[in-house]
Design a protein around this ligand. Structure first.
Ligand code: IPM
Ligand code: MG
Length: 359
């Protein structure tokens, strides 16, 4: 089996952690009947210098002729004079890719590894119970993309607006993704909305309820977003699959990530219909530690693992990588972001090598 992968390391720690993910993929090639062909492309600040564009056509072309995109992170560095534009540029390369490739289904697993329970900001008795949450976030609709959006007026009368809109088919397709995912897990979906205030969310709840009826083996419960935000900190284990629209999913997936205690551990998948997907770590470009060889590569490595599972149907290889990561953590190895007293502190490369060594 041959698979083409667009490699977009981006900025900050992106290139360093990407190297470790590529080492893991090399190991996968040796172990399984698969051959990867990589094409590297620039994105974000890394693309700006050469192209004066965060998402150059060359990069899009490479992505278009690939079977999947492995994405690092975007966020700098950028020259002072571009700062204002940069705030849009940074946002756009991700939003641009999501739109271009119709990546409407965003899967963000947030799992509290037992070995890392002490790193969680949750109270010890809550963290001890552990949790394994999959946030399923709608990624190409809602208030992020709704039209019209803009600014008008002047002075004190100046105003700005965005539009929250969801069509039935957009809600249905993401709901199906959530219920199907639940069938492979603990068979529980909690759908997040704000049906007590927003018309769009009344509709969201109605449509999700219809879809839920098609999955009698999965339990379904709606929950208001404000309640969900607090429930995550009080009793996170009640969540299995959290189904969210674009903006609520953005917010709650960060919260779910934070309570695992380790943003550097969390992968994500953004999927289109069919097998195409983009895979990226949740943690960002971390410019403060870039180039020092100390970043945690696990999120990038697990993003590559998700690519194997969701785009290439290589579930066994996914499990192989996930087990290797867990085993290295159980052996007490930690990068700086998850260090604790008595651990064996390692850098980016050593962490990558340890994981490969377990495979
Ligand atoms: C994320 C990020 C993006 C989002 C930004 C950078 C556009 O926060 O992937 O969660 O809001 O979707
Ligand atoms: Mg976010």
């Amino acid at each position: 089996m041959k698979r083409k992968i667009a490699i977009l390391p981006g900025d900050g720690i992106g290139p360093e952690v990407m190297n470790e993910a590529l080492k893991v993929l090399d190991r996968i090639e040796k172990k399984y009947e698969v051959e990867f062909k990589y094409e590297h492309a620039l994105v974000g600040g890394a693309a700006w210098d050469d192209h004066k564009n965060h998402l150059p056509k060359e990069t899009l072309d490479i992505c278009h002729r690939s079977d999947a995109i492995l994405f690092g992170s975007v966020g700098g560095p950028v020259a002072e004079q571009h700062l204002e534009r940069w705030s849009r540029v940074e946002v756009n390369s991700l939003l641009g890719l999501r739109k271009e490739f119709k990546l409407y289904a965003n899967l963000r697993p947030a799992k509290l590894y037992p070995a890392l329970a002490a790193a969680s900001p949750l109270r010890a008795d809550t963290a001890e119970k552990g949790f394994d949450i999959l946030v399923v976030r709608e990624l190409t609709g809602g208030i992020y993309f709704g039209e019209p959006k803009g600014r008008a007026g002047e002075g004190e009368e100046e105003y700005a607006f965005d539009t929250l809109v969801y069509a039935r088919n957009e809600i249905r397709r993401i709901a199906h993704i959530a219920f199907k995912a639940a069938q492979t897990r603990d068979k529980r979906v909690i759908s997040i909305d704000k049906a007590n205030v927003l018309t769009t969310m009344v509709f969201w709840r109605e449509v999700v309820e219809e879809v839920a009826k098609e999955y009698p083996d999965v339990t379904y419960e709606p929950m208001y977003v404000d309640n969900a935000a607090q429930q995550l900190t009080i009793r996170p284990s009640q969540f299995d699959v959290m189904l969210c629209g674009n903006m609520f999913g953005d917010i709650l997936s960060d919260e779910a990530a934070a309570i695992t205690g380790s943003l550097g551990m969390l992968p994500s998948a953004s999927l289109a219909d069919g097998s195409f997907g983009m895979y990226e770590p949740g943690g960002g470009s971390a410019p403060d530690i870039a180039g020092q060889g100390i970043a945690n590569p696990i999120a990038q490595i697990m993003s590559a693992a998700m690519m194997l599972k969701y785009s290439f149907d290589m579930t066994e290889a996914y499990d192989d990588i996930a087990n290797a990561v867990e085993s290295v953590l159980n052996d007490g190895y930690r990068t700086g972001d998850i260090k604790e007293p008595g651990c064996k502190l390692v850098g980016t490369k050593e962490m990558g090598n340890l994981i490969v060594g377990k495979m």
